[in-house]
Design a protein. Structure first.
Length: 325
């Protein structure tokens, strides 16, 4: 029997030397190919999810960056605005409103709430960063309790628009249509914000009010009204991001406390007040968060926060930040 086994081994070696392969070779090669295909699919799935999360983070962190970078207000209610927009979306969709009108209406309601917060609370605490932190932190707890009371503590899935529930072929590969739309919307929002801040009269007045408020008031610019507009815009973007993220993340208590640290990391990494920094930082954090959760879950938060620590040490203003006026 041992001799038969040795002859079989020699026969297989001879076939390999002649370029021939037996069934066992094909089976092993098929297993290897299947593993490589599964690994490639995993990387592609993680990449798509990371880009999508980056788009959602930009909608959240762009507003946070504008508020913190231009107004010097550490708004810890920003994650609550994101969650509140998502819950508004749940109610409007359950009432029969269409998805895109729901996105618009939820963003407007959250923007209005942000305007009330800025006008009647934060404006009275101008220049008092510690008081602003405490007030916005307290508001975030209050909003969380109200959401828990009104919408209960069960996770609520938010349906995507029927037209965007399929997959779209891109370069021969199939990608979820809704996730691609999220990335495109983030790019459009980034372009519109850049045009507003750098190419419009409103943006010029906002920059003047930030750089020299007294001089801006002297030439007739109502700086307080401009800051209210900026705060409403940032809050509205967070509310819109909450509705758009609902079909991907679902809506549940604690969503605010999960998204706010990510926005903080994005703003610190990219630089306060910098839209390009918010855009780049959002996608960097999206990739770090998703790949860290899958590849080394026990060190996911180390991988997430380590770049922030390094940037704070090497370049405290962030990668694209500028000196405060």
């Amino acid at each position: 029997m041992l001799a038969d086994a040795e002859r079989a081994i020699k026969k297989r070696r001879g076939r390999r030397a002649l370029g021939e392969e037996d069934a066992g070779d094909f089976e092993l090669r098929g297993i290897d190919a299947g593993r490589r295909f599964a690994r490639m699919n995993l990387w592609l799935l993680l990449a798509v999810n990371s880009v999508t999360l980056g788009g959602l983070l930009f909608l959240l962190s762009a507003g946070f960056s504008l508020i913190f970078g231009l107004m010097r207000v550490p708004n810890l209610t920003h994650g609550s605005f994101f969650m509140l927009g998502a819950y508004f979306g749940v109610s409007f969709l359950q009432a029969g409103l269409g998805f895109w009108p729901t996105v618009l209406l939820s963003g407007l309601l959250v923007a209005a709430l942000g305007g009330v917060v800025e006008r009647f609370l934060l404006r009275r605490l101008a220049g008092q960063e510690l008081a602003q932190v405490l007030v916005t932190l307290g508001l975030s707890f209050m909003i969380a309790d109200v959401c828990l009371e009104v919408w209960t503590g069960d996770p609520i899935p938010l349906p995507a628009p029927p037209a965007l529930r399929g997959a779209t072929p891109v370069l021969g590969l199939m990608f979820p249509t809704y996730r691609l739309v999220i990335v495109l919307l983030a790019a459009v929002v980034a372009l519109l914000l850049w045009l507003m801040m750098d190419r419009s009269r409103l943006g010029a007045m906002i920059r003047a009010g930030v750089d020299d408020p007294e001089m801006a008031r002297g030439v007739g610019i109502r700086v307080s009204r401009l800051f209210t507009i900026v705060f409403c815009l940032g809050a509205g973007l967070a509310g819109v991001g909450g509705v758009l993220g609902g079909p991907i993340l679902s809506v549940y208590p604690g969503l605010d406390s999960e998204m706010l640290p990510l926005a903080l990391v994005v703003v610190i990494l990219g630089g306060t007040g910098s839209l390009i920094g918010a855009l780049v930082g959002s996608f960097v954090i999206g990739f770090l968060y998703n790949f860290g959760q899958v590849m080394v879950p026990e060190l996911a938060y180390v991988i997430l926060f380590l770049p922030m620590v390094v940037v704070l040490v090497v370049r405290p203003r962030g990668l694209f930040g500028r000196h405060a006026p």
